[in-house]
Write a protein that binds this ligand. Structure first.
Ligand SMILES: Nc1ncnc2c1ncn2[C@@H]1O[C@H](COP(=O)(O)OP(=O)(O)OP(=O)(O)O)[C@@H](O)[C@H]1O
Ligand SMILES: [Mg+2]
Length: 389
């Protein structure tokens, strides 16, 4: 197992997350379409790679990242490109005459539009559109023999892009079109959407929460302490770094929010320290590693948490979100009442609750026993050092 810090992992570098895999299959088995709600860097893309590469019997997964797409028709064109080029189509075609017939008609129609060249192809008024043909496919295709799951990474960015380029009406229409397509489905194709900007925040801003209310929301929990320990030990063993068992428990406590990324970041530091000093990892080395993590050199990783706020909030809410995070980072732990008092004493008139909820939902902070804290002490350290200045 290699310690990959930053990029999505696949193959033997992936640490199995059984709970989430089982949860996703349970939902898919029941015919749901899913939205993986999760903040940055919790492993969404890696989970989807894992599903794609190790499908359960009867499933085929297609992964598609759509962050650069800014047009509804282009979106469906890309879906067709990915689908029609995948081996699952030939599996379905071989398995049943009915599927064969469906795909022949669909492929023919898609090819016909494709013959016009991109511009005409996307705006085509006379011919059928890609979205029409996709709807037709969804209506006809059933899940006999194999279910196709299209995993759309960065879907919320596509909605934002369409919004920016073609306006609010176009974005709302796109969301509703996707909902229609899901609702008309005969079950042959299901969707998992995800992205590093929260979809609920975007649809709320567009005043169309109903456009995604059919999606089943799946949350990605951190690793359990047992799994966290196993993951750390695997990474250290692979790197041939010796450690005291108590140091691992100490590290787990310090990381606290056991998302693979924060574990990898810490282990990377431990391995570097071992390489320099050849000291068996103990609590003292763990402390040193922690100090080093918040060194500037790692800040591209943390910057994404900071920058993401700009995309996730309106300008005014963004300022309030920063203020809230600054207060919690500084105080470490503070009661809900104190936080509200502090914000109101600064004359804050905005909907404080809504912004706090967003921050909780996006994985920055949590409320426990009436007190707010950062989820990740590592992020908190970095925040205090570089953002709250
Ligand atoms: N199951 C896992 N096993 C090992 N490493 C993992 C696992 N899940 C995530 N990671 C690590 O966490 C980091 C983030 O993973 P990934 O890119 O999959 O997350 P993401 O949620 O898609 O992030 P983003 O919001 O930036 O798109 C990477 O460094 C990756 O190596
Ligand atoms: Mg990702």
């Amino acid at each position: 197992m290699n310690n990959i810090v930053g990029q999505p992992v696949s193959g033997t570098d992936y640490f199995e997350r059984d709970i989430i895999t089982r949860l996703i299959y349970r939902r898919l088995d029941s015919g749901s379409n899913l939205f993986m709600a999760a903040p940055r860097r919790v492993g969404k893309t890696s989970i989807m790679y894992h599903l794609r590469d190790n499908p359960k019997e009867g499933y085929a997964f297609i992964y598609l990242a759509t962050e650069s797409i800014d047009d509804a028709e282009l979106y469906f064109k890309r879906l067709f490109d990915a689908l029609l080029n995948s081996e699952v189509v030939s599996r379905k075609v071989k398995a049943s005459e009915k599927s064969k017939g469906i795909f022949e008609v669909i492929t023919d129609k898609v090819k016909k539009i494709g013959a016009f060249g991109v511009e005409i192809e996307l705006q085509s008024k006379t011919e059928e559109k890609y979205s029409d043909i996709f709807l037709e496919l969804m209506k006809k295709l059933d899940n006999e023999h194999v279910r196709i799951v299209m995993m759309i990474d960065e879907f919320p960015s596509t909605v934002e892009n369409i919004h920016k380029k073609n306006g609010e009406t176009a974005a709302v229409h796109f969301l509703k079109l996707n909902r229609t397509i899901r609702q008309e489905s005969s079950g042959g194709i299901q969707f998992i959407y995800t992205g590093s900007i929260g979809l609920p925040a975007i649809v709320n801003r567009l005043n169309t929460p109903e456009s995604i209310n059919d999606l089943n929301q799946v949350e990605i929990p951190p690793l359990s302490p047992e799994d966290g320990k196993l993951f750390i030990e695997k990474l250290l063993n692979s790197a041939k770094v010796p450690y005291e068992s108590t140091a691992i428990d100490y590290l787990l406590e310090k990381i606290n929010w056991l998302m693979p990324f924060f574990i990898q970041l810490s282990v990377q530091e431990l391995v570097d320290l071992y390489d320099q000093n050849k000291t068996k990892i103990n609590s003292e080395v763990v402390d040193r590693a922690f100090d080093r993590i918040c060194n500037r050199r790692n800040n591209t990783h943390f910057d994404s948490y900071y920058n993401r706020l700009r995309d996730a909030f309106s300008e005014e809410d963004y300022q309030l979100a920063l203020e809230i995070l600054n207060i919690i980072a500084e105080r470490n732990k503070l009661s809900k009442e104190t936080l509200f008092e502090q914000l109101q004493s600064k004359g804050e008139q905005r909907d404080i609750n809504a912004v706090i909820e967003s921050l909780e939902y996006d994985g920055y902070i949590n409320l426990q026993d009436g007190h707010y804290t950062f989820n990740s002490p590592i992020l908190q350290l970095w925040w205090n050092k570089y953002i709250r200045v």
